[in-house]
Write a protein that binds this ligand. Structure first.
Ligand SMILES: Cc1cc2nc3c(=O)[nH]c(=O)nc-3n(C[C@H](O)[C@H](O)[C@H](O)COP(=O)(O)OP(=O)(O)OC[C@H]3O[C@@H](n4cnc5c(N)ncnc54)[C@H](O)[C@@H]3O)c2cc1C
Length: 460
């Protein structure tokens, strides 16, 4: 990776100060890979921004120098999204981490992008509000917006995209724009806010966001229901979704994952099962929903049904679900993980799950099947060694087959993780002629290709 010239380093030190510019090996290594198997590719230098003005001056200079700039949240992506594959500057946003304003009556917050959603929610709790998308890792709001992240609560509350009302974005070349507004609705012009949500730092750097919030529900109930087969568990997903009970989480956990969760102390059966959560404004409304859901699961022959778990058990269950990727990693020391993230309409979800199982049985390849089932989002976590060419090729082929099937079923290659490096190869299949429009947008907003190059779009 070419180092920066003394004059380039001098510019950055002038702009950020010596303590916020680091070209040393440890800073570069800390910004060279995310949570995925994609290998380490360090930037030439790391800088830490504290204001929109600094980001603007950086991007004006970077465009002039044709210098790659890759924004960095907390690096928890799972598709190589923040890896600076062409070197240049890693723009760490973690020091822009303020809650700038809270509009309590409007249920809105104005935030800087380096604030994590967990820290935001800790601040909002006292106000009876919360920001629902919860990707598990303590992700930054900028990274969540850029990846359009979602999580266990998306089945009821939606994805990050549904909570972004407006953005301050610095474009390549340094121009600062403000998108959106704080009105509850607007029909004014092209929806630039949504253009930047999910753009993975390839169109601009987000330096401020106005977010919609939700009221914190007073009552919660966690439910687990175990079944003899994955087919039955998935049938239950579709039926619960259609029941009108409005689950706040509806997650599929299959037996191999249940086995390693048990080994780490979670008291669940080693069977395919659903983890569910319901929330509401009264115990009565919750009790009614739980009765309906229990009826559905029992009609489908569930082996066990536990509702109304205590607070401690409730938090243990959801912590274990959020830590599933870590649990799988610990069970396979030394291996990397490729993660399938396909999603379909809910009606097609059973077909996608069945396809994944048939493929694994036919090709003799195994992965951990789980997912945000209520969203039609299927994850298969494939442990493997990228250095073992034959073994890794099998894992890649399985992932490719499942993604192709999801797209055939009118779904997507990525329900929540974003395209990053690993899913660029599916963009033409999924988007057809629309891909050329995306490429034209990229050329218009970033003519010299300095913003997170090598991501999201396939090479021209
Ligand atoms: C254990 C685990 C579980 C996970 N579970 C989920 C899950 O359930 N759902 C889910 O959606 N994701 C999940 N993820 C993935 C990840 O947490 C999310 O994608 C998250 O949104 C990434 O945020 P980050 O702060 O780590 O961003 P980073 O990984 O640092 O960056 C993500 C992308 O955003 C860009 N970016 C960062 N900041 C900005 C900015 N200010 N302006 C413009 N671009 C920017 C980066 O260049 C990069 O392309 C999981 C990850 C882990 C490790």
């Amino acid at each position: 990776m070419p180092e920066l010239s003394p004059a380039q380093m001098e510019f950055l030190i002038d702009l950020f100060g010596r303590d916020r510019v680091n070209a040393g090996p440890s800073a570069r290594d800390l910004h060279c890979r995310d949570y995925s198997f994609h290998h380490c590719q360090p930037p030439a230098v790391v800088v830490w921004a504290r204001s929109t003005e600094e980001v603007s001056r950086l991007l004006a200079w970077a465009q002039d120098q044709a210098m790659p700039v890759t924004a960095w949240g907390v690096g928890s992506s799972v598709e190589g999204n923040p890896i600076p594959v062409r070197g240049g500057v890693a723009l760490d946003m973690t020091q822009m981490d303020k809650l700038l304003d809270l509009h309590q009556t409007d249920m809105q917050a104005v935030v800087e992008p380096g604030l994590t959603y967990t820290d935001l929610n800790a601040k909002l709790r006292h106000h009876g509000l919360f920001f629902p998308p919860d990707p598990g890792a303590a992700a930054s709001l900028g990274g969540m917006i850029a990846n359009n992240a979602s999580g266990t609560r998306t089945v009821k509350y939606g994805a990050t995209r549904d909570y972004v009302l407006g953005l301050t974005v610095v474009l390549a070349g340094g121009e600062v724009i403000h998108t959106g507004n704080r009105a509850h609705k607007s029909s004014s012009g092209y929806d630039l806010t949504r253009l930047f949500v999910g753009s993975e730092g390839t169109l601009g750097v987000i330096t401020q966001a106005t977010l919609r919030l939700a009221g914190l529900p007073e009552h919660f109930a966690a439910v687990t229901a175990a079944f003899d087969s994955v087919e039955r568990a998935v049938e239950a997903v579709v039926a619960v979704k259609a029941s009108g009970t409005g689950p706040a989480a509806l997650e599929l956990v299959t037996a191999p994952l249940a086995r390693i969760m048990r080994a780490e102390g979670l008291d669940i059966p080693e069977l395919p099962q659903l983890f569910m959560e319901f929330d509401g404004f009264s115990q009565n409304s919750l009790a009614e929903a739980l009765e309906v859901v229990e009826g559905i699961c029992r009609d489908l022959g569930c082996r066990s049904f536990s509702a109304g778990l205590g607070a401690e058990e409730h938090s243990r269950l959801w912590s274990a679900r959020h830590a599933a990727a870590e649990t799988i990693k610990r069970a396979h020391p030394g291996l990397e993980m490729l993660v399938t993230d396909a999603a379909t309409p809910i009606s097609a979800y059973p077909a996608l799950v069945a396809f994944a199982y048939d493929f694994m049985a036919r090709e003799g390849v195994t992965g951990y099947v789980l997912g945000h089932a209520g969203d039609g989002n299927l994850h298969v976590v494939w442990p493997g060694d990228p250095g073992d060419a034959a073994g890794w090729a099998k894992v890649e082929a399985a992932n490719e087959a499942i993604v192709a099937e999801a797209i055939r079923l009118e779904g997507t290659a990525t329900g929540e993780h974003g395209v990053g490096i690993g899913k660029r190869k599916f963009m033409a299949l999924e988007h057809g002629r629309s891909l050329a429009v995306m490429q034209a947008i990229k050329r218009t907003l970033d003519p010299r290709g300095i913003l997170n190059p090598g991501k999201l779009l396939p090479d021209a």
